[in-house]
Design a protein around this ligand. Structure first.
Ligand code: HEM
Length: 184
């Protein structure tokens, strides 16, 4: 994965738990102090960073990935402001543009192995989200990512896992329910 992801994990750890926690994670994983955003690193390194956070904080990987999903939205919205802005001004439009967003990201990062998203069973306030990934083990990020999007678009969002790779499918499915609210 591109170093951007590891760098975001590092920044989340430093912001939330302090520089010492990051030093401990480096000691456990052998990770560098900083990552080059545009350079490729093995996926195993990213997973070992998540594991190290779990070990130090005494939390489950799913909880760390969920928190990281929410953090990721703030992180890319801040660091890729324009790309983010053109993907849409409301929750559903943005979700429908996630693939074209990653296609634009791939113009800068040609080796990107982007996720694929599609929706089905669309009704007022709900739809089924299909998340396709060449990787395994990242589905726990999805509820956090969508909560983060909800927060940006003043929308209450809740996700329920329906079925997926754990049940032998080739992708993961979530029921998404959402409603707009005023203010924060
Ligand atoms: C400007 C905004 C964004 C940028 C620059 C960006 C960039 C990236 C990068 C660099 C990766 C690592 C993949 C690799 O290196 O092969 C990635 C993965 C991923 N991104 Fe994005 N992303 C953005 C927005 C989003 C949003 C809004 C979502 C979802 C709501 C999202 C969902 C994901 C997921 C789930 C993965 C994991 C990859 C996988 O499933 O294999 N991203 N993205």
């Amino acid at each position: 994965m591109y170093g951007l992801v590891n760098q975001a994990i590092r920044d989340m750890v430093v912001e939330r738990f302090g520089a010492e926690a990051w030093a401990d994670i480096r000691a456990l994983t052998g990770a560098e102090e900083l990552f080059l955003t545009m350079q490729q690193y093995p996926d195993e390194l990213t997973f070992s960073l998540v594991e190290a956070v779990c070990k130090l904080q005494g939390t489950e990987a799913d909880a760390v990935l969920q928190a990281f999903g929410e953090y990721w939205i703030e992180y890319v919205a801040k660091n890729y402001r324009e790309l983010f802005a053109i993907a849409g001004g409301d929750f559903v439009t943005f979700v429908k543009n996630l693939n074209s967003l990653h296609t634009r990201v791939a113009q800068m990062m040609p080796e990107l192995q982007a996720p694929g998203f599609s929706i089905s069973d669309e009704q007022e306030g709900r739809f089924v989200l299909h998340y396709h990934s060449r990787r395994n083990g990242m589905q726990a990020m999805i509820p956090g990512l969508f909560q983060g999007l909800g927060r940006r678009f003043a929308t209450r969002v809740s996700l329920t896992y329906l079925e997926g790779k754990a049940e032998g499918l080739d992708h993961d499915c979530f029921q998404v329910e959402y409603s707009r609210h005023e203010g924060n």
